[in-house]
Design a binder for this molecule. Structure first.
Ligand code: PLP
Length: 396
């Protein structure tokens, strides 16, 4: 009955993990939910005021498909500051979150059968969108290299069908921040093989320790004509529900996105656009700094608790707000009379027995991984991680 296309994707597994946590909580269990891809935080005052002003003015109409010109101009100024280059409004599309920016990019860049190189473990939506657009995801393992891809592995994965490489730094789920050398090497490869780079920097505001986030177009300006920057306010302003993101890239791509978006969603929500514009115009960066320092403390406290894990490797969590665990030493390989275990089994037992919800690495193409969000209130985080450590250390 349904289109064949529906066989290409299921509900996002991170959303499914959130739903399992909610179902357990609704059934009366006291659950600590570490699945969220969002930060627990109050609404930025600039956003609230910007939205209320727009409502009080009676704003109610469509805007330009790609967003209000003033907002695109403000975003162009932001991207210019972020990258140290000059960007114009015509190179920016406002989208309903980064997810739509990525979807638009896949739809306007990929022909049927085109391959897209995606470092793994990956955010689950990257391959799903490539498939929906008719492309083929090709995964490059990063686990053996601290969750940053080796450029030579990417090079080995390039074929004559390769059309694009997805770079997500800081990465979801592993929290890896790509170094400048890696990005330069990937950029050179993109130039020599005539590939697009889809650069997702949604977590770029959250880098920890002595790490720095570098936009790829700043590291390698020569790739600007083949790079698409994807970002949103979902993470940086803890504004997931407001759905404002953007795509920046060459004008021809943005024009194609305009045509596509004119037949799908039209403009992103107008009140949310006004709110983000107000923030960009009057915001300062106090809110962002507060959010960053809250996450820095949560990360420090969390890594401290996780250091008591005995047979589990914990990635360094250089950016974003996730801890990523490697459960390989806890998993049982399959045998004749016994099926193998994966992180899925541990996640199910963790929820049922310890009341802690986490996302299994199978969602990210890594059956031995486990993702924990630390964007939740500190007391809950402390309780959840303490329960998790006790549970995993006792796992047989
Ligand atoms: N890109 C990455 C790497 C993400 O992790 C997410 C959300 O979790 C998104 C994009 C989507 O963000 P948005 O809520 O702005 O659509």
């Amino acid at each position: 009955m349904l289109a064949h296309r529906t066989n290409l994707f299921g509900t996002s597994s991170t959303a499914a993990a959130r739903a399992a946590a909610k179902a357990a909580a609704d059934a009366g269990k006291e659950i600590i939910d570490l699945t969220a891809g969002e930060i627990w935080s109050e609404l930025p005052p600039t956003i609230r005021d910007g939205a209320i002003d727009a409502i009080n003015k009676g704003v109610n109409r469509y805007t330009d498909t790609l967003g209000m010109v003033e907002l695109r101009e403000a975003l162009a100024r932001k991207i210019s500051l972020d990258t140290g280059q000059i960007w114009k409004a015509e190179e920016v599309a406002v989208t309903s979150g980064a997810k739509q920016a990525l979807f638009n990019a896949a739809m306007v860049l990929l022909n049927p059968g085109d391959e897209v190189i995606i470092p793994a473990p990956y955010w689950t939506t990257f391959p799903a969108q490539a498939l929906i657009a008719g492309g083929t995801p090709v995964f490059v393992d990063t686990k053996s290299n601290g969750y940053v891809p080796r450029p030579e592995h990417i090079k080995d994965a390039v074929t004559e069908r390769t059309r694009a490489i997805v770079i997500n730094t800081p990465s979801n789920p592993a929290g890896a921040v790509y170094d400048v050398e890696t990005m330069m090497a990937i950029a050179q490869l993109a130039v020599s093989c005539n590939l697009w780079i889809i650069f997702d920097e949604c977590y770029g505001d959250f880098v920890h320790g002595d790490h720095t986030h570098h936009p790829i177009v700043s590291v390698a300006p020569e790739i600007r004509a083949r790079a698409l920057i994807v970002n949103s306010f979902s993470k940086s302003l803890a504004l997931t529900g407001w759905r404002i993101g953007y795509l920046a890239g060459p004008k021809e791509v943005i024009n194609a996105v305009k045509a596509l978006q004119s037949h799908t969603t039209s403009n992103p929500n107008v009140i949310a656009q006004h709110a983000v514009l107000a923030h960009l115009q009057r915001g300062g960066s106090d809110y962002e700094s507060k959010l960053r320092s809250r996450l820095t403390s949560a990360r420090r406290a969390g890594l401290d608790v996780l250091s008591s894990l005995m047979r589990v490797l914990v990635a360094r969590a250089q950016g974003g707000f996730y801890f990523y665990l490697d459960l390989s030493h806890l998993l049982r390989p399959g045998s004749e009379d016994c099926a193998s275990t994966t992180a899925d089994d541990i996640v199910t037992a963790l929820l049922a027995e310890a009341g802690v919800a986490a996302v299994s690495g199978t969602a990210f193409g890594d059956p031995a991984g486990l993702r924990l969000s630390y964007g939740i209130p500190p007391e809950k985080l402390a309780t959840g991680l303490a329960r998790l450590v006790e549970f995993l250390n006792a796992w047989k």
